[in-house]
Design a protein around this ligand. Structure first.
Ligand code: DGY
Length: 332
């Protein structure tokens, strides 16, 4: 029987889908890499289902050989996996695209609205007894109708954010480094701009790029200084896309007006000073955190694992070339 190891338990229907075809073990915590490697050597598995907090390095993949055939991620982002090393070792890597687009776009809009309209700052003031009644100039924020939203990265999630923002009367521009096909319902309602122009003209910047060498610190001190002092930055992609230390200075010193963040450079740590920035709305990596979305992610993770066990290229494989020379035979 095939062997599957999850580092953390996954929600239904993962277990009921996988159990008939594999013996399933769950580590129950995020272990140090050396410990996870030791576990793979002691109890070889065919499929490993790690979390986005588990670094899947070449050394760890080596520890899984010769049995490990698939790393089946419970996430769409796969920056924690050395995909080239996996490909060289003929290990497929799969993810869960599509099913978390709407939940992540909703979370982005929640952060955008909260940051632009100072909702969390107001909440804190109300709780602290600092609200002294309506005043003409108390806690004024940004008017969103007619404001320009700049979407950096215009894949599935970027476009879902644009679609929602159009409903709030924002104008939309985007920048992208890769060729994208624009969904029919928003075609003609969005404009492409070079990133430098997007940063310097948008009222709100929302980040939707994967974390790669090219996007690491894409939003650095220079980028932040080029943004409008009245602007809002929203990040629901990956923390290291933003230089968080520079962002704290930007928020403190008024280079930008506010930020809405769901992801952090060194999760779960926050950069020194970020917590004290009242103009930052901080959510703890909740982009895909709805019951329905997490169940859909579990279903895809299970399906990708079963595909690999049965010797089929996983439905959502990010490195199909790993099995270019032929898929391994089904595990009996
Ligand atoms: C992902 O899937 O990459 C998110 O960050 C967590 O759902």
């Amino acid at each position: 029987m095939a062997e599957v190891l999850c580092t953390l338990p996954l929600p239904a229907p993962f277990e009921e889908m996988v159990r008939p075809r594999a013996s399933l073990s769950v580590l129950g915590r995020i272990a140090p890499s050396a410990e996870l490697a030791e576990r793979l050597r002691a109890h070889p598995v065919d499929v490993l289902c790690p979390q986005l907090r588990d670094p899947i390095t070449a050394d760890l993949l080596d520890a899984g050989l010769p049995t490990l055939r698939c790393v089946s991620l419970y996430a769409v982002g796969y920056n924690n996996v050395d995909v080239d090393a996996a490909t060289q070792r003929h290990i497929a890597v799969s993810n869960t695209p599509g099913v978390l687009t709407d939940a992540t776009a909703d979370c982005t809009l929640a952060l955008l609205l909260a940051a632009a309209r100072r909702i969390c700052e107001g909440d804190a003031a109300a709780r602290a007894g600092a609200f002294q009644g309506w005043e003409p100039d108390y806690m004024l924020g940004m008017e969103l109708t007619g404001a320009l939203l700049g979407v950096v990265g215009f894949g599935r999630i970027g476009q879902a954010v644009a679609r929602r923002a159009l409903g709030f009367g924002l104008r939309i521009a985007y920048s992208t480094d890769v060729e994208v096909s624009i969904d029919a319902d928003i075609q003609g309602r969005v404009t492409e701009l070079p990133i430098a122009e997007l940063l310097s003209t948008a009222d709100v910047i929302s980040l939707h790029v994967p974390l790669t060498d090219a996007t690491h610190h894409l939003i650095d001190e220079r980028a932040l200084r080029s943004m409008r002092s009245s602007s809002v930055l929203v990040n629901t992609s990956r923390g290291p896309v933003v230089d968080e230390t520079a962002l704290v200075r930007a928020l403190r010193e008024g280079w930008i007006a506010a930020a809405g963040l769901d992801v952090y450079e060194n999760e779960p740590q926050l950069a020194p000073g970020l917590v004290e920035c009242r103009n930052a709305v901080l959510s703890p990596h909740l982009g895909s955190a709805t019951v329905a979305t997490r169940a859909a992610m579990a279903r895809l993770t299970a399906q990708n694992s079963l595909d690999a066990i049965d010797g089929r290229v996983p439905t959502n494989c990010v490195n199909p070339s790993a099995w270019e020379g032929g898929a391994p035979p089904a595990v009996s």
